[in-house]
Design a protein around this ligand. Structure first.
Ligand code: GLN
Length: 540
């Protein structure tokens, strides 16, 4: 039987930003996948940066790196974690990329003298990117989340493209989900619908109307409020969905499922599929809510005021916590405050695990080195991520190997012994965008190591985003003093993982394991780190 046409589901947002459109898109994806349908999700980002790789994580949150090395929006992390599909650069399109492609064609003369305009040239380029999600594999449904809020100038070309897609593909193949906010007004004790009404009006102005309205609210939405939204926004009350605040983002698909969101979308689009099988997620959420252990993990970094900068790390702890039946409490440590042994004792003395976060630049690195030393000497479980490995190597070189001025050439350009250094290939690089060692690289893991015990595999593949590496000139000296290189890149002969002997669990990776942790498939290093933290707390 020929496969049905691919369905397109657009997820838009109104009223304010930050309503969780990413989680909503991922949750709809999860529900469709749980019906046995093939689904992918893409993010359309209205900003002019070509990718978020050059953006400050303070402003934009974490940069999520894919296997193919593309640096993408953090929402792609949610998509991968929820629907457990590896994505590629095609899953994220920004206005910057769209314009870059159009201008490149214009310069080559591909438009044969035409005047280049937003409609049709920019909208055609966006459309092409949406349709190309189906190449080479054809999906039952492509979900596309549009960043920003309806009414923003920047998102107009994307919304116009959706209008054209709906015209081309027919309403039976296109579905629009609109995420809004119902603010609660204390004085009148009411949830207000007016902002939602206005955002739907804004949508109508550009020729779109929602098929489903997902309302974020802090409270239960009374039937009368749903009826009002239904009347003013022209959707049946069954299609006004309550998206109440929940304890864990992994509950969102379950909350939607209770309100039959999967069925509603599938029915309207004529998508087949079996009944939902959501039992695995139900038991995941159940274990998350009913842990038997509790551990505190210190996260040492520079951007500790902005948890979005480390989204994937936090999610990896949720997954790893569940697999260990442990609640993982996060204690943020600003490494700039770890200036003395006393400060370390005060801030780290009670924790069950220490993690040094990824990062760039010299600021706060001495404090991170002090944290790694504390973990090593006091035998507190340690996990180092990217910069966290480099820090552990510098600390070990200084305090175990006796190389007092060991450093990274990222911190001190000319003085000191660069136990962490740039590879020759990186030395010539001047441009900042997309020039780091990015994406998936193979790594060999020797048996008999803690790393091997975690992965139970001799060849692994992990995602990278960094410029600096362990300097091979110092490898022998580090090894002689007891550092184990438990992960080596077979092609480039680079150190990818280190661990320590005579320590309960001290492991650090040059790559970013957090990017590959998924619901019901916690990353092995995070899983074993939390396991070691549970053992540590039990031994206290
Ligand atoms: N700044 C370091 C480097 O570029 C580490 C990067 C990171 O932690 N992602 O190598």
């Amino acid at each position: 039987m020929p496969k049905k046409e691919t369905k397109f589901i657009f997820v838009l947002g109104g009223v304010i930003s930050g309503l969780g459109k990413g989680i909503t898109s991922a949750s709809i994806g999860y529900l469709l996948k749980s019906r046995g349908l093939s689904v992918t999700i893409m993010k359309l980002d209205p900003y002019l940066n070509v990718d978020p790789g050059t953006m400050n994580p303070y402003q934009h949150g974490e940069v999520f790196v894919l296997d193919d090395g593309s640096e993408t929006d953090l929402d792609l992390g949610h998509y991968e974690r929820f629907i457990d599909v590896d994505m590629s650069k095609n899953n994220n399109a920004t206005t910057g990329q769209v314009y870059e492609a159009v201008l490149e064609k214009e310069r080559k003369g591909d438009y044969l003298g035409q005047t280049i305009q937003v409609i049709p040239h920019i909208t055609d380029e966006i459309k092409k990117r949406v349709y190309e999600m189906n190449k080479p594999k054809r999906f039952d449904a492509v979900i596309a989340e549009v960043g920003g809020t309806v009414g923003d100038i920047e998102s107009l070309p994307f919304l116009e493209t959706i209008r054209q897609i709906r015209l081309e593909k027919g309403r039976e193949n296109v579905f629009i989900a609109h995420v809004t906010l119902l603010p609660y007004v204390e004085a009148s004790e009411e949830l207000k619908t007016k902002p939602t009404q206005h955002s739907v009006m804004k949508l109508r102005e550009i020729g779109l109307e929602p098929d489903l309205i997902l309302c974020r609210s802090s409270d239960k939405i009374p039937k009368s409020v749903k009826e009002k939204i239904s009347l003013f926004c022209s959707v049946p009350t069954t299609h006004v969905v309550e998206a109440r605040d929940v304890k864990s983002i992994y509950e969102v698909p379950l909350v939607f499922h209770q309100q039959r969101v999967g069925e509603l979308v599938a029915a309207q689009l004529g998508l087949d599929g079996a009944n939902h099988d959501i039992t695995k997620l139900e038991s995941f959420v159940d274990r998350f809510k009913n842990p038997t252990h509790e551990v505190t993990i210190a996260l040492c970094g520079k951007y500790t005021e902005l948890p979005d900068a480390y989204k994937s790390v936090l999610e990896a702890f949720v997954h790893a916590g569940v697999e260990n039946d442990a609640r993982v409490k996060i204690q943020w440590i600003n490494s700039e405050e770890l200036t003395s042994e006393k400060a370390c004792e005060e801030q780290l003395g009670k924790v069950d695990g220490i993690l040094v976060l990824p990062g760039f630049g010299p600021r706060g690195t001495e404090g991170k080195i002090a944290a790694a030393r504390f973990a090593r000497e006091k035998k507190v479980p340690y996990l180092g991520l990217c910069l966290g490995l480099q820090i552990a190597v510098i600390e070990f070189a200084r305090n175990v190997c006796g190389i007092a001025d060991a450093t990274s050439s990222e911190f001190k350009k000319r003085s000191g012994k660069p136990v962490i250094d740039l590879m020759d290939g990186q030395k010539k690089v001047k441009r900042k965008g997309a020039t780091m060692r990015l994406g998936a690289y193979d790594c060999d893991v020797p048996t008999g190591t803690k790393t091997y015990r975690a992965y139970r595999k001799k060849r692994i593949s992990e995602r990278h985003r960094h410029r600096y590496e362990v300097n091979n000139r110092f490898r022998n000296r580090l090894a002689k003093n007891g550092m184990i290189f438990s992960g080596i890149n077979p092609d480039l002969n680079l150190v990818e993982i280190i661990e320590l002997k005579d320590h309960p669990w001290f492991v650090a990776s040059q790559f970013h394991p957090e990017l590959k942790s998924r619901v019901n498939r916690a990353h092995p290093l995070f899983r074993d780190f939390v396991k070691a933290a549970v053992a540590h707390t039990n031994s206290k």
